[in-house]
Write a protein that binds this ligand. Structure first.
Ligand SMILES: [Zn+2]
Ligand SMILES: [Zn+2]
Length: 343
């Protein structure tokens, strides 16, 4: 009988191959040059063994942390939307206890928009989305990432993903500064360095600057999203707000309840887009937003966060709402109806 595989750990050879061919290669490719520069420039030319050791430890610690976060993103299921809750909450030991009110009042109003997935034919929790590439629902889906094993980033892998981006940005910045300093020395002392060293330094400086800008901009974007408690999907799709609108008046307009994107006029679309820039549905304050993603319950949880990012807290199905958002949504609904009745 074939051994039963855990659905929470999907580490297929295909996923590993795609990651190896792109991301892992990009992380490891500059290391021969980095080692060469560290040994030739810092150890043999400058004769600074302590500085050499510091650079070696910092760069390899950041590489190790980036790779361990990448392994978490690859090996962990991003958010099994339809797995039994007991498995999910017991899997990482970070699950929240279910309150008495939630236990007694299950949210089973599947007729509401967004509460039922027509492709999986199963209930869909809040912030859960169906990924058409993975062909399944993902809890708090952020986006589908082709660079990380062609997998979705969701509730259970988002902290590891942000951790990965931050580690790669810091590593690229560190290598860029180190290489530019070594290159500056080589320009000023052309006879003191080996003839191949500046070539390695130039390559490292170029790669370091490019990756700092590219990955750094993604890291900055996800730091902003974490600070305002948004996912990438929520941030780039303003019309997702429509399914959260309160019930519209029964008459006096021609809109569906909730309104559908294609039936909105140009003016109504502009109103929704403007409101999307102001209504952060799940923003419960900077500290609580970060605690939702990077908080910990265990005594040494911070070590786990530092090591590989880990998983988000909670069950990924319920999220506290921004108390001001209800009023803003009601105002948006009123404006849409008013514009529609004026047409
Ligand atoms: Zn689905
Ligand atoms: Zn996906």
């Amino acid at each position: 009988m074939a051994p039963r595989r855990s659905p929470l750990l999907t580490f297929s050879s295909m996923e590993l191959q795609s990651a190896e061919s792109s991301t892992v290669f990009l992380i490891l490719a500059p290391h021969p040059s980095l080692l060469y520069v560290l040994v030739d420039f810092h150890l043999l030319t400058l004769r600074q063994p302590i500085i050499f050791l510091i650079h070696l430890v910092v760069s390899y610690t950041l590489t190790f942390m980036a790779l361990s976060a990448l392994i978490v993103c690859l090996a962990r299921d991003p958010g099994p939307a339809n797995a039994p809750p007991s498995r999910l909450e017991g899997a990482d030991g970070e699950g929240e206890e279910v309150g008495l009110r939630e236990a007694l009042m299950p949210d089973n109003d599947f007729s509401s928009p967004g509460k039922w997935c027509r492709k999986c034919w199963a209930p869909r929790a809040e912030r859960t989305h169906h990924c058409s590439i993975c062909n399944r629902c993902i809890l708090k889906m952020d986006h589908h990432c082709p660079w990380i094993g062609a997998k979705c980033i969701g509730h259970r892998t988002y902290p590891a993903f942000v951790h990965f981006l931050c580690c790669i940005t810091l590593l690229s910045l560190y290598v860029a500064v180190l290489a530019i300093h070594a290159l500056w020395y080589a320009f000023n002392n052309p006879f003191a360095v080996h003839e191949f060293t500046p070539v390695h330094e130039l390559g490292l400086a170029f790669a370091g600057c490019i990756f700092s800008l590219l990955v750094g901009s993604f890291a900055a974007y996800h730091i902003y999203l974490t600070s305002t408690n948004q996912t990438t999907l929520e941030n780039i799709t303003p019309f997702m707000l429509l399914r959260h609108l309160p019930p519209l008046p029964r008459s006096g307009h021609s809109l569906s309840d909730p309104p559908l994107e294609p039936e909105l006029s140009f003016a109504q679309r502009r109103i929704v887009k403007d409101a999307h820039g102001q209504i952060f549905l799940y923003d419960v304050g900077f500290r609580k937003n970060w605690a939702q993603v990077f908080g910990w319950r265990r005594k040494y949880g911070w070590l786990h966060r530092l090591w590989c990012g880990g998983a988000s807290l909670g069950d990924g199905k319920t999220f506290p709402r921004n108390p001001r958002s209800e009023g803003m949504l009601a105002k948006l609904a009123k404006e849409l109806v008013k514009v529609d009745s004026d047409r």
